[in-house]
Design a protein around this ligand. Structure first.
Ligand code: GTP
Length: 605
């Protein structure tokens, strides 16, 4: 099904691309108004080529958390003002993914020092020679995909010769391998290692890394012997700069990509692989009208339901244990019903659901002995009824190029992790995804997103630490447009919902995105930590009002005793719950199923 699907979307993608040429015209800078626009403009005017490579060899002390700027500052400008004209290619950098050399656990701790804000643009170990670039274009033209001659004609890479790159003697197999390289994004998960181009994956990807490595791989750490990264004058338009930062001190020896010339990301290419129109993101990305039957899942792992049961075991044990306590040798009378109601409310199911359950029980069984199993069955049934309306698949409208997904939520609720998991689904489904590190206040958060970018072969737009988040979002939107990305996912700094100034900043991000497309952000996902309990209700309320949240991802349902809050949130807010997270691994994000969840939490087989 996967391949059939991909074939199908190729043609859609092409059609879309043609449309996009007109749509994608960036807004005139003069059109950017007010405060937000200032920041945005600042970012926007940064020529694509001004993207800034990371300082490779300068693990600098930038790790410390910067002071969060006032939200109403004149956008990003204040953070950039110290940049010299030429030293300031941009606050924004974009990195291409690189074959990971770690198994993907994101970590809050940056693998290395984050890029230095003022780092001189330094050429990574393997910048391309100007002669290499045409080869990259060929790559970008995606030999494996249906292409037309003009596919390669308007690549930005051609206009982006890496100046001194040519002098770099790096790369074991520079351009030679490049031409054969298919463009990355399609069905990474499915592609057998053997079919991958050598320059993509000199090392067979480990299972957990199957998503990485398809896209142009950036050179990793500077080779010990490699001439010191040369400071390059910023090329005029390198759309994507390689991640020159040697900021991954980990097992560098596994990084094969030093031989990979600083491959610019695919040109702002039409992406023939991208599905057009609406797609649904469930376990995988499915085109709206895909007629291929779903592929049976590989059966090696425990089923999703088994994993869900495991994840919700604590919640379920707590709930059903208390229910058993209520109904031990008791008839269903008022007291029993009241006790049951209390148990259900304590389990965060919410008053409404608790009453539904007790009413249903009372209607047929009042005065009779009731077994715990009966109570569980009624509970599962009633919970499912509450959840069913919100258990909706995430739909992405790819007529927006890109479809912008803004991810918001309180600190530590799993935004970045969820973005990584989601990006993995999308790229595996053939979509071109760009990530934006909108949490500009935490170096670790930026690094974390970059790692996910590498794992999912998704370029990451990042900025200096402390830069204006709205400006970054604006810039990322423009870059995603230029690159023809299907989906742009923007991370944001975690914030407590009661911090007015931070919420105002979030509002500003939304406002600024709307300047480029009045409908953007097209999806606003809020991650809600299931361990939070009742406070989650309030979080949703406020984020919804401020940022226009229109969908939820409930994270950390594994191991919490408070999973019932999902039911309470569903009953109160009635927002779609697209996914639930039951672990930290890339595939621990599952489409939300009302029936499965209800059975799992009620302990019904
Ligand atoms: N067990 C479990 N852990 C999760 C899940 N989702 C995220 N986490 C973990 O929660 C922690 C915080 O996740 P992040 O993705 O950094 O959260 P965040 O919202 O981006 O954090 P801030 O940037 O501080 O706001 C990390 O250790 C994640 O691995 C989940 O579904 N289950």
């Amino acid at each position: 099904m996967a391949f059939g699907f991909i074939k199908k979307v190729f043609s859609f993608g092409r059609k879309k691309v043609e449309d996009r040429d007109e749509d994608g015209a960036p807004l005139p800078e003069t059109a950017q108004p007010d405060d937000a626009a200032t920041a945005a403009q600042d970012a926007a005017v940064t020529p694509a080529g001004a993207t800034e490579t990371l300082e490779p060899a300068a693990p600098e002390p930038a790790d410390q958390e910067p002071v969060r700027p006032e939200p109403d500052d004149e956008a990003g400008t204040e953070h950039r003002r110290d940049d010299g004209p030429e030293a300031r290619p941009s606050d924004i950098e974009k990195i291409t993914a690189r074959a990971p050399d770690q198994d993907g656990e994101e970590s809050d701790a940056p693998l290395s020092a984050p890029e230095h804000p003022d780092a001189k643009p330094v050429d990574p170990p393997a910048p391309q020679t100007p002669e290499d670039e045409p080869a990259e274009e060929t790559i970008d033209a995606e030999p494996l995909r249906p292409t037309t001659a003009d596919d390669t004609s308007d690549t930005r890479e051609t206009a982006a010769p890496s100046p001194s790159a040519g002098s770099e003697p790096i790369a074991p197999q520079p351009a030679a391998a490049a031409p054969a390289r298919p463009r990355a994004s399609i069905k990474k998960a499915d592609r057998p290692a053997s079919t991958q181009k050598p320059e993509d994956d000199p090392i067979a990807p480990r299972p957990a890394e199957r998503l990485a490595g398809d896209k142009p791989v950036t050179p990793s750490e500077p080779e010990p012997g490699t001439p010191e990264a040369t400071t390059l004058p910023e090329p005029a338009t390198p759309d994507i700069v390689p991640d020159a930062s040697p900021d991954q001190p980990e097992p560098a020896q596994t990084e094969p990509d030093a031989d990979q010339p600083a491959a610019p990301r695919a040109p702002p290419s039409p992406n023939p692989a991208a599905p057009a129109g609406k797609v649904t993101v469930a376990k995988t990305v499915e085109a709206k009208h895909a007629d291929e039957p779903a592929e049976p899942e590989a059966a090696a792992r425990p089923s999703w339901f088994q994993r869900l049961r495991q994840g919700l075991a604590r919640s379920s044990r707590e709930l059903t244990g208390n229910i058993a306590g209520v109904f031990t040798k008791r008839k269903l009378d008022d007291d029993a019903l009241q006790d049951l109601e209390d148990v259900l409310i304590q389990a965060d199911l919410g008053m409404e659901t608790a009453i539904r359950i007790t009413d249903t029980l009372a209607s047929g069984r009042y005065g009779r002995d009731v077994s715990e199993e009966e109570v569980r069955a009624v509970m599962a049934s009633e919970i499912e009824k509450v959840l069913a309306p919100v258990a909706l698949p995430l739909e992405l409208d790819l007529s927006h190029k890109p479809h912008v997904v803004l991810v918001v939520g309180v600190n530590g609720t799993g935004k970045t992790t969820t973005i990584g998991k989601l990006a993995a689904k999308l790229t595996a489904g053939g979509l071109d995804v760009m990530l934006a590190a909108g949490d500009t206040f935490r170096a670790a958060a930026i690094e974390q997103l970059k790692i996910w970018g590498e794992r999912t072969a998704s370029p990451v737009v990042a900025s200096k630490l402390g830069a204006d988040a709205a400006g970054l979002a604006y810039d990322a939107f423009e870059q995603a447009r230029e690159a023809g990305s299907d989906v742009l996912i923007i991370d944001t700094a975690g914030r407590l919902q009661n911090k007015a100034e931070l919420m105002a900043e979030l509002e500003k991000i939304v406002r600024v995105l709307g300047k480029l497309d009045p409908e953007a952000p097209h999806t606003v996902l809020q991650t809600v930590d299931a361990t939070t309990g009742q406070n989650a209700l309030n979080q949703v309320e406020i984020f919804r009002n401020i940022a226009g949240v229109n969908g939820l991802v409930m994270t950390k349902l594994d191991g919490t005793a408070r999973g019932g809050i999902l039911v309470g949130i569903a009953a109160k807010h009635k927002l779609p719950v697209y996914f639930i997270g039951v672990g930290e691994q890339v595939d621990d994000l599952e489409p939300f199923s009302a029936g499965d969840f209800a059975k799992a939490i009620a302990g019904v087989a």
